[in-house]
Ligand binder design. Structure first.
Ligand code: RB5
Length: 144
């Protein structure tokens, strides 16, 4: 299952990503927001991150205008490695190297087609499992 959430700034892109994920056959849990009305991104970033940290969701996707505030929120949750991606190379490498479990995107930064390619790359790339990368992730976890 993929957990997804956004604030008002990411709402329209979130709806498109949800439709794409469902088309691809993923089960999706949408934590909102469910309308364009102004709201607070930490509420939604936290909900997605907690779902992933609890093992309920395999991966999470969070979206705000920049992808920044909502990623900061997600990264406060123990066990979460959330990466802001605006290109597919970063999406691929953050899976291979960082085993990122939450993807953050900025709806005011990238367009829909690129966002969909980033989502697909993120979800279709496995962690490399290489020892040097696993060691670095353990070092990140020491700060939790
Ligand atoms: C909301 O206007 C905006 O601040 C938010 O979507 C996000 O970009 C924050 O980092």
């Amino acid at each position: 299952m993929i957990a997804i959430g956004s604030d008002h700034g990411g709402f329209e892109l979130k709806e498109k990503v949800v439709a794409h994920l469902k088309e691809r056959g993923f089960e999706v849990k949408d934590f909102g927001t469910y309308e364009n009305k102004s709201c607070d991104y930490p509420v939604f970033g936290r909900a997605v991150a907690k779902s992933v940290a609890a093992g309920e969701a395999e991966k999470g996707i969070v979206i705000c205008t920049t992808g920044l505030g909502i990623s900061m929120t997600a990264n406060k949750i123990k066990g979460i490695r959330c990466a802001v991606c605006s290109d597919t190379v970063s999406a691929k490498l953050t899976r291979l190297h960082n085993d990122a479990n939450v993807l953050s995107m900025g709806a005011g930064i990238i367009g829909e087609n690129l966002a969909i390619s980033i989502v697909d790359t993120f979800l279709d790339t496995e962690f490399s499992g290489e020892e040097r990368h696993a060691r670095r992730i353990r070092l990140i976890e020491e700060e939790e």
